[in-house]
Design a protein around this ligand. Structure first.
Ligand code: 5GP
Length: 115
């Protein structure tokens, strides 16, 4: 059994962070270090999958639920327009190995991916 991830510790209340929305299998919080006017994290309640590749292979229905939940949150927080980012691997910036998606929105600066 692996150590609880930081997101599991937030889910259980051990680390304080407001859970802004949840379903039976997913929850959402605000990122503690926002990179955009809206920066949310959508996280499976299970920490079984370390990244989006493992999630897609192990439970594709949960990945589809995550995307639908992200779209619903984006409707509420940033007019339904958003970037959905899964950092995958330490060299790509992943620091928490409990799969999660970043929702970025609310007026994004121009950048290499943003055009
Ligand atoms: P990653 O770098 O793994 O793609 O994303 C992890 C994200 O979790 C980072 O953007 C980081 O700011 C966020 N984060 C780390 N610790 C906490 C915390 O205790 N509370 C919240 N709300 N976000 C956190």
């Amino acid at each position: 059994m692996s150590e609880p991830s930081i997101f599991t510790r937030i889910l259980t209340g051990e680390i304080p962070s407001e859970i802004i929305a949840q379903t039976d299998r997913l929850f959402a919080i605000r990122d503690i270090a926002p990179q955009a006017p809206v920066h949310l994290l959508v996280i499976p309640k299970t920490q079984e999958y370390r990244d989006v590749v493992a999630l897609a292979a192990g439970d594709p229905a949960l990945l589809a639920e995550l995307v639908a939940f992200a779209a619903q949150l984006a409707e509420e927080h940033c007019d339904g327009q958003f970037r959905l980012i899964f950092n995958t691997g330490a060299a790509a910036g992943q620091t928490v190995f409990h799969v999660h998606a970043h929702i970025l929105g609310g007026g994004l600066a121009e950048g290499t991916l943003g055009g």
